[in-house]
Ligand binder design. Structure first.
Ligand code: ZN
Length: 492
């Protein structure tokens, strides 16, 4: 039996009848690592994958050593020095098998089971440590890992530090993601989030090259995260295995600076686009068809516009064939996923000419590349004024406006400064946009709501989204609180 626990480990009692030997191993957090004083440890695991791998491992041990019983408990979360991190107990007919099996299980556990630890040192430093490589131990150091990249004048130590500080979310660990993820991890993107709710299927394997035949049926996010963490133990990798929805996307986006759209369906592409615009996050999108594909970057700071500038409405699924229907050559997502990683790295480093005002088309059959200029559509329903501005962007200070029945909803996040504007006795509720999934259902969509944020971008996009979803009285404070405070000093 294999289990994970967030609480202190209480060694289970082995009660196998007929056992001649019981052996237990109690692994504790050491107070030093490679000569440095450790004060605490964080263990993090992808429960589903760890449990599956852990159970498989114990079953193998039982068969291999003829065990009567085998148990392993691993702790996750924050541990102090001296805490038990892992406990293994086996019972066998004879002591020799019991000793050997216990050690074999421990070795295999370290090698195969994706549990990562972050060591916190007495000097304030900390670092994530992959399951099979320990940073700082020869031959792999951060210096030699990144040395060929740092040698580039355009990168250098300063560029590497920018990458290390960056937080990038990859949505979709399919053909595109499988190409983008290794390059982002290897480049040293400090925090890499991998979001996919899917499991590996046999039909994925010709293009999703992070997965092997034996992975069929296993969760993609966790597998890709394990790959990335093994490749680069110096970065933090997070797996997000839940399906992305309009409610959950803002909460996930808020933890990242840049997002890669590596998905293959219109609904998710538009969801990612709308969320990126609403939250002012750059988004690198790619889409594929058989032997060709296209690539573009949405940059909130540039005038290139977003996906809905070109396609205001989501095209019906099936109007362009998906990989399943139309087929795709495996190398095509490989090319485009790598290009997406390249655009992300360029953006983070401020390097070259990002695709923020163009679409790149590439056809593998002819190797023809076309770069088409694009510009924001001023009437885009998401990033423009597609909904007439007076319907959404409201001036609450216009003479004669009565706000007594209204609710003001402040979408700014907890960490932002939140100066307020005086709107008489109108109730003012603080509901961060990133947690919209939690509070939105409690609001009455028939009542008038004025959404506010710092500059009016997030609130405008949010109000537009609600209008599309059938909220007739969703409004946004034009220019946000910042402009209101500047234009109209606090007045009752
Ligand atoms: Zn747009």
């Amino acid at each position: 039996m294999f289990s994970l626990t967030r609480d202190p480990i209480v060694p289970p009692v082995l009660a196998a009848a007929g056992a001649g030997g019981f052996v237990a191993f109690d692994g504790k957090v050491r107070h030093d690592h490679a000569g440095r004083t450790v004060v605490a440890l964080d263990y993090e695991a992808f429960d589903e994958l760890v449990l599956a791998e852990g159970r498989a491992l114990l079953a193998e041990a039982t068969a291999q050593f003829g065990l009567l019983e085998a148990r392993c408990v691993h702790r996750v979360g924050r541990l102090a020095v001296g805490d038990t991190a892992v406990w293994i107990g086996v019972a066998a007919p004879h002591r020799r098998e019991a000793f050997e099996a216990c050690e074999w299980i421990l070795d295999q556990l370290k090698r195969r089971v994706p549990i990562w630890k972050k060591e916190h040192f007495a000097d304030g430093d900390s670092g994530w440590i992959g399951s099979d490589v320990t940073p700082g131990e020869a031959p792999v150091t951060e210096e030699n890992f990144y040395s060929r990249q740092i040698r580039l004048n355009e990168v250098g130590a300063a560029g590497q530090a920018k990458l290390e500080a960056a937080r990038v979310l990859v949505v979709g660990a399919g053909g595109l993601g499988c190409a983008a993820i290794p390059y982002l991890a290897a480049a040293g993107v400090g925090t890499l989030g991998l979001c996919d709710f899917d499991r590996v299927e046999a039909t994925n394997l010709h293009r999703q090259v992070l997965f092997a035949a034996r992975d069929v049926g296993k969760p993609k996010a966790a597998l890709a995260a394990r790959f990335a963490q093994r490749l680069n133990p110096f970065i933090a990798v997070r797996a997000h295995g839940a399906r992305l929805t309009a409610e959950s996307a803002p909460g996930l986006f808020q933890h990242y600076d840049l997002v890669l759209d590596c998905t293959d369906n219109f609904a998710t592409k538009f969801l990612l686009n709308d969320t990126a615009v609403a939250m002012n996050k750059p988004l690198v999108q790619a889409s594929l068809y058989q032997f060709e594909g296209q690539l573009h970057l949405y940059d909130p700071a540039k005038a290139g516009g977003c996906l809905r500038c070109v396609w205001p409405e989501i095209p019906p699924e099936g109007c362009v064939g998906s990989c399943a229907e139309a087929g795709v050559l495996g190398v095509v997502p490989g090319v485009f996923g790598a290009l997406q990683a390249g655009e992300a790295i360029k953006f983070l480093l401020g390097l070259g000419e990002p695709l923020s005002d163009a679409v790149l088309l590439f056809d593998l059959r002819t190797l023809a590349t076309t770069r088409i200029k694009r510009a924001a559509n001023p009437h885009c329903p998401v990033c423009g004024d597609g909904a007439p501005p007076t319907e959404i962007d409201l001036d609450p200070f216009a003479p004669g406006r009565d706000f007594s029945r209204w609710t003001v909803v402040d979408l700014r996040e907890d960490h932002e400064p939140r100066p307020l504007v005086e709107l008489g006795s109108t109730p003012w509720r603080h509901q961060p946009l990133s947690r919209a999934a939690e509070w939105l259902a409690a609001l009455d969509r028939e009542q008038p709501h004025l959404f506010v944020c710092g500059r009016g971008l997030r609130s405008g996009n949010f109000a537009r989204r609600l209008r599309r979803e059938g909220w007739p009285h969703a409004y946004s404070l034009a220019g946000g609180v910042d402009l209101a405070l500047k234009a109209r000093p606090r007045s009752a």
